[in-house]
Design a protein around this ligand. Structure first.
Ligand code: CO
Length: 134
């Protein structure tokens, strides 16, 4: 199998501080990590819930992809991320199967991970991220 597990569910939010406050107040969970990923135009935070992770994404500027997502669709689920043992092998397999890739080559994600996005058209409208486990 190409996938190890569901790595995280990502939510697009307009205001990261406000969203983290809301998660803390309502669910008693806090960010395990938080970082600016300038290349993606986002500030992201990872919340640990048991063995699962929820990623919050907030745009750094009005022209970032997440800002455009918020404009079009409002706050909500932005993507699903699956952990893979070998990202290069996974991308080669998907390309061979004719899947539409956003990233033909891996790029850097949060925490120094290697990631790649698969186009929503490949999975019925859901943006999918592959994260290489380190
Ligand atoms: Co993600």
């Amino acid at each position: 199998m190409l996938l190890l597990n569901l790595d995280h569910v990502a939510l697009a939010v307009r205001d990261l501080d406000e969203a983290l406050d809301r998660f803390a107040r309502l669910y008693g969970v806090t960010a395990a990590s938080r970082e600016v990923v300038a290349s993606e135009g986002v500030e992201e935070a990872m919340i640990l819930v048991g063995g699962s992770q929820v990623q919050l994404l907030a745009p750094l500027s009005p022209d970032s992809p997440v800002a455009r997502f918020l404009e079009r669709r409002g706050e909500g689920i932005h993507h699903l991320a699956f952990a893979v043992p070998d990202l290069d092998a996974a991308l080669a397999h998907l390309a061979a199967e004719g899947a539409e890739l956003v990233d033909a080559e891996p790029r850097r994600g949060g925490g120094g991970s290697r990631i790649a996005f698969v186009h929503p058209r490949t999975f019925g409208g859901t943006l999918t991220e592959l994260v290489e486990s380190t």
